[in-house]
Design a protein around this ligand. Sequence first.
Ligand code: ADE
Ligand code: ZN
Length: 334
Amino acid sequence: MTKKEFIHRVPKAELHLHIEGTFEPELMFAIAHRNNIQLEYASVDELKQAYQFANLQEFLDIYYAGAGVLLYEQDFYDLTRAYFDRIHAQGVVHAEIFFDPQTHTDRGVAFETVLKGITRAMDDVREQYGLSSGLILSILRHLSEESALRTLDEALPFKQYFIGVGLDSSELGHPPVKFKRVFERARAEGLKTLAHAGEEGPPAYVWEAIDLLGVDRLDHGNRSMEDDRLVAELIRRKIALTLCPLSNLKLQVVSDLRQHPLKRMMERGMLVTVNSDDPAYFGGYLNENYEAIAEALELSIDEIGQLAVNSFEASFLSAAEKASWTGKIEAMLQ
Ligand code: ADE
Ligand code: ZN
């Protein structure tokens, strides 16, 4: 079996995926049209031309503008369903998905509208494909603590529909400590916690995410490698990192995938996973991320299999579900 065939066939979980980042230009134009909204770009091609980013903020400006055409429950359903159809064809069997409620509620879209559209698609694909998924409410860190607390208040009546609370958006200048009380509340409610840290921000932000927010899993974390004591602590506490190779390349977190820290992290004994982040903007879904990083770092089939195992180990699935999937992968590696 070639590496490419193995990547396609092996069961995988995706753990770092923003549903708003799966908004393909064609669907964006179709939804804008039916909602009578004029996009800033004249055509799909013109929009795609704009997907050149010098840093995270340049991407976020375009990503939030795109999400602005989502108004109705059916829009959120169509967006989510399109993502699931794609990953089902890629051998993904489980996905833990971020959504950014403030991006929508700040435009007057009801929290419930967003949630109902996304969860209806989650229910449908569980039934039709046996594809399991969980939802993670992600707080926008460029907004205030007060806005985050209000969002959590609004979300708690729907707590059974999500598994955790995350932290995303513009990292520099918005350290995790800003949301210490928000995360205390989320943890007290029995929710898992996650944070983007060390994508552009320094190792100090990763320390805050693990010590002050008490995260169960860390998103990106690339810059942890600058601090040996931090690396040792992430290993000791078994905190998994959700790495996103094509995202890192597109947002110039790395200048070349051959410089990506994934393999060095594996060699150090860190629990790392491969994910797509915002696939409609970064040029690939999950398998394209596996293929690109496997090629750049010359990963073996065993190493690729280990990454697939890690994707379940680092998930919020039950111990029995983890064992069932990792057993299947190990059988493929025999
Ligand atoms: N929101 C969507 N994608 C993101 C990323 N890579 N970093 C921070 N916030 C995001
Ligand atoms: Zn992300």
